[in-house]
Write a protein that binds this ligand. Structure first.
Ligand code: ADP
Ligand code: MG
Length: 347
């Protein structure tokens, strides 16, 4: 279970960099090979992020990626009083200036809201707060409180463009469902701009890779977490892509024998109860996979499959509450399950 940290901790990104040339006995060789491995960690967006890069540009690339992640966290944190999202949430209904990055992510999240028929809703923040998911001080709000707070939601209330954003008083937003995926894209871009051609980014369980294979020529292996316990339910072999999972196990609380999970159904303002325990989305773009992992979790198995059938370049692994594992046909051959009850979803 993930803990929420105070703003001050959220902003204290620590970068631990180490770069080590592999045991190359012939040190006179002028060529630097891909067996130089660098890694760095940063605590941002409420989670530990680790980047491993191969090749001579790794260290510089990781430093640039870390800077990028820290910059985005400072823009999008809901608890940092200096962030653009905090400023917008506390604007009292006045327009505020926003960076190009924020403008783009807001527009993307709004677009995804409509594409997912409302399952992704960045204006749920006041409802999330009432449940205590924003602070860790959990409680079960009563129906009337939830109804009143749902009155304040609605992405149609957000205006964004020309470097400015506006939300009415009482409406508040939180980019938690898409920020990590977007930060992964930005970090990968920074690594590539520094000449990195092979890297693995682990942003709190969101995996993004650079390069179609590891330096040794084998595919990247990504474990798909078991939502009911420790360890994984199988391994997925991938090339360059994002592999992003949302699951109720990430943050939840129990009250009077009932478990309440942190992904809310925007229609009810209550934890989504769609029959899915986790959703992993595999695709090219981190922010898209992140937006979809959250919203397909809200939609449930049938609607998630329907969404997938209408999409291109997207794959999924869904795990239902009863332990069933559903893998889309495009990646079925690359998935090595440790469990038996695997169903391949066909187009
Ligand atoms: P995580 O960030 O835990 O890996 P997600 O990407 O699924 O997982 O994002 C979940 C976060 O998104 C929640 O903690 C909350 O801040 C926010 N959220 C919860 N439900 C929704 C929803 N239906 N639409 C948009 N954001 C949501
Ligand atoms: Mg998400």
């Amino acid at each position: 279970m993930k803990k929420k940290y105070a703003a001050v901790v959220l902003l204290t990104g620590v970068l631990m960099l180490n770069s080590c040339a592999a045991n190359n006995s012939d040190s006179s060789k002028a060529t630097v090979t891909d067996d130089i491995k660098s890694s760095g960690s940063v605590f941002a967006m409420d989670t530990y992020m680790t980047i491993t890069a191969y090749g001579q540009n790794g260290k510089k690339g990781i430093e640039a990626a870390q800077k990028e992640i820290t910059k985005l966290e400072k823009l999008w944190s809901v608890t940092d009083e200096n962030s653009e999202i905090y400023t917008l949430d506390h604007s009292g209904g006045t327009e505020v200036p926003v960076s190009a990055e924020t403008e783009e992510l807001l527009n993307f999240a709004i677009d995804m809201h409509w594409q997912t028929k409302g399952a992704l809703d960045i204006t749920l923040y006041p409802v999330l707060r009432a449940w205590g998911f924003t602070t860790g001080e959990y409680c079960v709000p009563d129906d009337s409180e939830i109804s009143a707070l749902l009155e304040c939601k609605g992405v149609e209330r957000i205006s964004v463009g020309n470097g400015k954003a506006y939300i009415p008083k009482n409406t508040e937003i939180d980019l938690g469902a898409v920020a990590k995926g977007c930060a992964g894209d930005a970090a990968a871009k920074a690594l590539k701009e520094h000449g990195v051609t092979s890297a693995l980014l682990d942003l709190g369980g969101n995996i993004q890779t650079i390069g179609d294979a590891k330096p040794d020529g084998t595919k990247w292996k990504v474990g798909i977490r078991d939502p009911f316990g420790e360890g994984s339910i199988g391994t997925l072999a991938v090339g360059e892509c994002a592999v992003i999972t949302s699951g109720g196990y990430e943050r939840f609380f129990e009250k009077d024998g009932v478990i309440y999970k942190h992904i809310l159904d925007p229609e009810t303002g209550r934890p989504a109860d769609s029959g899915l325990a986790s959703v992993t989305v595999i695709g090219k773009e981190g922010r898209l996979c992140d937006a979809l992992s959250t919203s397909l979790y809200v939609m449930g198995l049938d609607d998630a499959c329907a969404y997938w059938r209408d999409s291109v370049d997207l794959e999924m692994i869904l795990i239902s509450d009863d332990g069933g594992v559903y893998v889309t046909e495009g990646i079925a051959e690359n998935f090595s399950p440790k469990v038996e009850n695997v169903t391949v979803i066909e187009r």
